[in-house]
Design a protein around this ligand. Structure first.
Ligand SMILES: Cc1cc2nc3c(=O)[nH]c(=O)nc-3n(C[C@H](O)[C@H](O)[C@H](O)COP(=O)(O)OP(=O)(O)OC[C@H]3O[C@@H](n4cnc5c(N)ncnc54)[C@H](O)[C@@H]3O)c2cc1C
Length: 364
C-alpha cells in the first residue's frame, strides 16, 4: 500500500490548484477517476472572469485572483492567462445590482448599439463591466498540474476512490481497482461527486448540488464578433460572447438539477438558447457547430467550501465552486492551502476571512 501525507480526490482545477500550493510542503498525490484530468467541469467552462458574478463573497476571491491570472509569477507561467473582453449586462427594464466593489458604468441605447450591433430595440440600456476577461483555462490547469509535479506531487489517472476509513490517525482509501492508499489528510475536490465521495468515507455530506449548464457554439450571419463583449441578460436567461469572427458561445443560463454524471446537452436546452439569442440580436443563425454541457456544483448557500470537516478528523473540503471555480482558483487555492497546512495565508488572500467558507457553517 502506498502512503502519502495528503491525498487529493479529483484532478480538476480545484484539486490541481490546491495540490500545486501544498506539494512542496507535504508528500501529496492526486487521484483522478477519469483517463485525464480536467474532463468534467474544468474542461467545459465558458472561460471568463467576471467579477460581479456570484455575489460579494465570491467577488472577493475573483478580485484577489486577478493579479495572479493577469501576471503570474514567471516560474509558474511566462504568459498571463487573461484576454480583455468587457461585459455588458443588458436589460429590457431594470438595471442589475452589482456588488459595490465592481467597476461598472451605465450604457445608454446609442452606445449599446455600437457595442453590440444588431441588438434588438427592446434592450434599452446596460451596465458595462470593463474588467471582464477570457481565461485560458487549459493553460491555467496545465500550469497548476506542472507546478504540482515539480513540487514532488504525483497524479494517478483512472484511479477512482471507492471508500475510505479513518483509523489510528490515518486514512485508508480503497480504489475501485482494489488497490489502497494511506494518507494523513484526505482532500475532497471531487466537484459534482463531492457528496458521494464524503459518504464513501463515512463523512456527513454537505448537500453539494450539481446543476447542468448548456453551451452552444453558433455560426451566425455576421462577422467581426471575436472581440464582442460578453453579452449577459440581467434577468439571467442567456449570455453569449464572440468566439471566432462569425461564431459565438451561447448559454441559456440553465441550471438543471442532476445526479453527478458525464453531462450532455439536451435538444430542448439548445433550442431554448437559440430562441433567446434570436430575441436578443438580429443576427441570422446559420449552424450549431457544437454543443456541450457541464455540471456546476453548489453548496446550499452557493458559497464555496474550504476547510476541515468539523466532525471527521483530517477530512478537508474543497468544493462548491459553482460557476466561478476557474476565476477564483488562485485565491481559493492559497486560502485552502493555508487552512490545510496551518500556516499564515499568502498576502494575496491575507485580507480574506476564511471562516466564511468553512464547512462548519452547515452544522445542524
Ligand atoms: C458550462 C459551464 C460554464 C462555466 N463557466 C465558467 C466561467 O466562465 N468561469 C469560471 O470561473 N467558472 C466557470 N464554470 C465553473 C467551473 O468550470 C467549475 O467551478 C470548476 O471547473 C470546478 O472545478 P472542480 O475541480 O471542482 O471540478 P471538476 O473539474 O469537475 O473536477 C472534479 C474531478 O473529480 C473527479 N472525481 C470525482 N469523483 C472521484 C472519485 N471518486 N475518485 C477520483 N476522482 C473523482 C472527477 O472525475 C473530476 O475530474 C463553468 C462551468 C460550466 C459547467
Amino acid at each position: 500500500m502506498s502512503e502519502v501525507d495528503v491525498l487529493i480526490v479529483g484532478g480538476g482545477i480545484a484539486g490541481a490548484s490546491l495540490g500545486a500550493e501544498i506539494a512542496e510542503a507535504r508528500r501529496t498525490a492526486i487521484i483522478e477517476a477519469e483517463s485525464h484530468c480536467g474532463m468534467h467541469a474544468t474542461g467545459r467552462s465558458a472561460a471568463f472572469w467576471l467579477e460581479s458574478y456570484g455575489g460579494p463573497l465570491v467577488a472577493l476571491l475573483s478580485a484577489a485572483s486577478w493579479d495572479f491570472l493577469a501576471e503570474p509569477p514567471a516560474e509558474f507561467s511566462e504568459t498571463g492567462f487573461l484576454r480583455p473582453r468587457g461585459a455588458v449586462h443588458v436589460t429590457r427594464d431594470e438595471l442589475p445590482d452589482l456588488p459595490p466593489s465592481v467597476e461598472a458604468r451605465l450604457v445608454e441605447r446609442d452606445e449599446l448599439e455600437r457595442l453590440v450591433p444588431g441588438i434588438r430595440p427592446e434592450w434599452r440600456r446596460a451596465l458595462l463591466e470593463p474588467g471582464c476577461a477570457d481565461i485560458d483555462v487549459a493553460a491555467l490547469h496545465a500550469a497548476y498540474l506542472r507546478k504540482f509535479r515539480k513540487g514532488g506531487g504525483t497524479v494517478a489517472t483512472g484511479a477512482q476512490l471507492q471508500s475510505g476509513s479513518y483509523r489510528a490517525g490515518r486514512w485508508r482509501v480503497q480504489l475501485t481497482d482494489g488497490s489502497e492508499i494511506a494518507a494523513t489528510v484526505l482532500v475532497n475536490a471531487a466537484g459534482a461527486w463531492a457528496d458521494p465521495v464524503a459518504e464513501g468515507c463515512g463523512v456527513q455530506p454537505l448537500g453539494i448540488a450539481p446543476k447542468r449548464r448548456t453551451m452552444v457554439q453558433l455560426r451566425v450571419g455576421r462577422s467581426g464578433l471575436r472581440d464582442l463583449p460578453l453579452v449577459d441578460d440581467s434577468a439571467g436567461t442567456f449570455y453569449f460572447k464572440g468566439e471566432g469572427d462569425r461564431t459565438i458561445w451561447l448559454s441559456p443560463h440553465d441550471e438543471i438539477a442532476t445526479d453527478p454524471c458525464d453531462a450532455a446537452p439536451e435538444e430542448i436546452d439548445i433550442a431554448t438558447a437559440i430562441d433567446r439569442f434570436e430575441q436578443a440580436v438580429d443576427w441570422p443563425v446559420e449552424a450549431v457547430e457544437r454543443s456541450w454541457a457541464g455540471l456546476r456544483s453548489f453548496a446550499p448557500d452557493r458559497i464555496p467550501v474550504f476547510g476541515f470537516d468539523p466532525e471527521t478528523p483530517a477530512f478537508f473540503w474543497c468544493v462548491g465552486q459553482g460557476g466561478f471555480g476557474i476565476q477564483t482558483a488562485p485565491a481559493a487555492a492559497k486560502l485552502a492551502a493555508a487552512l490545510l497546512l496551518g500556516t499564515n495565508p499568502d498576502p494575496l488572500v491575507g485580507d480574506i476571512d476564511p471562516g466564511v467558507y468553512a464547512p462548519g457553517r452547515f452544522a445542524n
